[in-house]
Design a binder for this molecule. Sequence first.
Ligand code: SF4
Length: 442
Amino acid sequence: MKPDAVNLGRTGVSLPGSPNETGSENDEEPPGSPAASEPVPASAPLSRPARKLNVVPLLRPRIPSSPRVSAFRRAFFPAVSEKEWNDWQWQVRHRIRTREQLERMLVLSDSERGAIERAQARLPVGITPYFMSLIAREDAADPLRRTVIPTMEEFVRSPGEDDDPLGEETQSPVRGLVHRYPDRVLLLVLDFCSTYCRYCTRSRIVGHGAIYPSRARLEQAIDYIRRTPTVRDVLISGGDPLTLNDERLAWLLSRLRAIAHVEIIRIGTKIPAVLPQRITPALVRMLRHYHPLWMSLHFTHPAECTPEAVRACERLANAGIPLGSQTVLLKGINDSVPVMKELCHRLLRMRVRPYYLYQCDPITGSAHFRTAVHTGLEILEGLRGHTSGYAVPTFVVDAPGGGGKIPLMPEAIEGREGRDLLLRNFRGRTCRYPDVFGEAGA
Ligand code: SF4
């Protein structure tokens, strides 16, 4: 996820016997798959005993895939049943990763074709069949396609870019745990995602098997949190933590929930946009036991708000999980008022609050994605007052060098005349506010 992005790099402490150390880990093995799973300790306590909840059923019966998705399945996976297609582990196992697979499904541009082989050395290519079904076959400028298919521009290093623009390595007291802000930590569970975003702030480590969800490493992080009573908020991220299977996720959540000073747990994930099949009834039943639990989702473009994504968010929201979206501002993808407004409106209808709009970090090879900062301010100007306040995210720059998130707002104060503060409203009209106390303090 972009939120609270962090670099653990390859310089972190290796844990004895960890898959990374032995080099035996295959980063392409889905972490939630049986082959990749460690046994979850039978003794792992749930802080709240699992109890039967006497509530109205939350979940609708299975709804068939949307027509576009079904047509794609029939064209490229004709032997695969609807049931298999909707199995999230099938989706992970059948991710599209090679040039041959991509050429079967897309008409590649020269730039894309050239980049695909080279990309494996940096951020790998990986796309769930579901997300591939949303991509335009012939249009290389298609917004969703640009977010997941590399181009040669990815290999151009521009001034000011850095592999670790936020300088985060120094803020990890324990491998995989970032403690930047006083009262909260970011726990990176793994570096695997079901679908890789070409603009990922952690592209230098994500997808390379550098961070593995070994129990030994997670225990170290949990121990740090337990020994640090100022930490009241734990953000679980990665990679994508929802690629863990239910048992492993429950083990982690229960361990965190057992720490008295951890007030809230948040999960950062792009799963509802790229693999909505993962939001199963069993998953949300499990998650309900660990409230207060929040989720930061990662939606980029209105085209991601499919019926499948709507259903996934509905399940999460019905389980009482407050949902927010963190969106990266991307040139030619979502950098206009109409596109951003449409995205924010669709998110609200999905019961997801547009939370942050991020200025794209200056990671190496990101120039083709980055806009000027004032573009973000213009978008905010086009939203503020023109739509519901809930539909207006906070625009932030994550300061290079680890300075943290800095919110930016269009300037609304035009000046002062005597005791009156001159304010510009959403229509550009100057309004006066009798700022008597401000005048005294001036
Ligand atoms: S989903 Fe994965 S690849 Fe995409 S931004 Fe998040 S961590 Fe990076």
